[in-house]
Write a protein that binds this ligand. Sequence first.
Ligand code: IFM
Length: 467
Amino acid sequence: MADLIFPDGFLWGAATSAQQIEGGRHAGGRGESIWDRFAATPGKIADGSDTGTACDHYHRWRDDLRLMTGLGLGAYRFSIAWPRVQPTGTGAPNAAGLDFYDALVDALLVAGIEPFPTLYHWDLPQALQDRGGWAERATAEAFVEYTATVVHRLGDRVRRWVTHNEPWCIAVLGHEEGHHAPGHRDPAAALRVAHHLLLSHGWATAAIRREVPRAEVGLVHNYCPAYPASDRPGDHDAARWFDGFFNRWYLDPVFKGAYPPDAVADRVAAGHLPGPELPFVRDGDLAVIAAPQDFLGLNYYSRVVMEAGPDGRPRAVPPAPDTPVTDMGWEVYPAGLREGLARVQRDYAPRRIIIAENGAAYDDPVGADGRITDTRRLDYLRGHLLAARQALADGVPLAGYFLWSLLDNFEWGYGYTKKFGLFALEPGTLRRIPKDSAFWYRGVIAANALPDATAPQTQGDTRAFDQ
Ligand code: IFM
């Protein structure tokens, strides 16, 4: 039983991001973001949707706060929309935008829930993109101004700050593969983007500490462990290749002050860099990026299995047909969380680690009894929380867990077709409907422990989330 109990003070949370839930596209003077523009471009979003209304959290946030209270959350991870705060990315702040987050932070604190904001979760003001976006160093400078503005307003009440969420997605999905805004396919630019994100993280860390010396700052990386498909040296090298560009490209600069030489060599070989010198790195940048962090946020969803293809090039092996996968096609692999946490701790020794996102997309209907029986999500969560608990027993300084996500929401290029929420949204009314996993997670938080897997699954107090 002891192995199912979490340490006292373990932080239980849920996570969302502004573009995915807020809606209120034009409300309160909000400016255009790159995702507004991208979603309005035909063919970019699977279901043709946009985020004009999304979950309407901008107007219903008080209702959503009641859901969080019902869950018993210790913390809520949300993101601040840069285009609400500075509609064109620079200059005087937009009072209504700051007021929105100010009220949210106050209300969270009154409810006893720690506000845990992320400054950048992908919604760059379009005006900055029009001037080159993250491929330009000036955007990193603008991010520091934006950060200082937000922290000046909220820093008296917010203790912990995340700078960026998942820089790999921004750089690679947005600028190399074109699946995310701004939809570019330019691998060389993606490397500049990654560097400017990391640089702005370092600068912002200093800016936050200047404004609030007691503040704690961290970066959130989407950690994906790579496993070789076999013992063949080529497969091992394929796993090294993936790990180098997906994980170490971000973690090495932050914790070791250097880009990983083998991954740099891979980029040179691919023709994405002219040589081992990175032309966009200026003197002093890496020292800025390596500023000590108070915590590292890791998002974990799945692993990748890599092999050397027939041409010798690395490629991912799709999960075997009998392997459980979520609706994203991602293998359910909780062992990767335990092993990943141990590896990150061994190689980087962050002061503390927070699982900043973990969760699963499954689409389950509302039953005749009004229940959403999302057993697969529940199994997924249970497996991953068990892995987290084991990592704690292994000695990993794991301080908290944020479940992705509070609500079914806009899953980027997939639109609203992938459902990660503890709460579904009734089509048309957007009424929040708790899934069984919401009741289950509520029980986990209340007990600070995982229930015995053999215990029958009940909803407990069905009025917990009445609105
Ligand atoms: O929805 C995303 C989130 O915005 C970033 N991390 C992964 C989630 C699921 O894909």
